[in-house]
Design a binder for this molecule. Structure first.
Ligand SMILES: [Zn+2]
Length: 141
């Protein structure tokens, strides 16, 4: 049993080394510096190929700050049937922007720029920023 694990361990190290050498070779082929001596057995610094891009909400991506006079934008976050402000699980906004949007909508409604119980008819055919029918978690309505 001991022999088996020992041989298994060795085979793993051998395959790891072979993989590293292949990586080293491909890396050296792409980044050849003149005069630099590259030891093929040394570990190399390379960017993580599995790293994901940081996720950004649609308002952060375009660097938009919700403003209460921007009624055309704010009405996108309002249900056309009930005038309800969509939640984060539907809009996909980050927490800060969602709070900003809700605050701006409430302010616009207090200033009578936006209706409270329905969506303004002229904004009904605006392109949708998100799909209210497919939220990230289920809802009752
Ligand atoms: Zn954001």
């Amino acid at each position: 049993m001991l022999k088996l694990t020992k041989s298994l361990g060795q085979s793993f190290t051998i395959t790891n080394l072979a993989g590293l050498r292949a990586l080293n070779r491909s890396y050296a082929a792409t980044n050849v510096k003149e005069g630099a001596q590259l030891n093929p057995d040394e570990p190399i610094d390379m960017p993580n190929p599995f790293e994901k891009d940081p996720e950004q909400c649609i308002l952060c991506k375009h660097d938009i700050t919700p403003y209460y006079k921007n009624v055309k934008l704010l009405s996108q976050f309002q249900s056309p049937y009930t005038g309800r402000i969509y939640g984060r699980h539907i809009t996909g906004l980050c927490k800060q922007k969602q709070e900003d949007v809700e605050q701006a909508i409430k302010r616009a409604q207090r200033c009578l720029l936006m209706p409270g119980y329905h969506k303004d008819l002229e904004f009904l055919h605006d392109p949708k920023l998100f799909d209210p029918e497919r939220p990230s978690r289920p809802h009752k309505y």
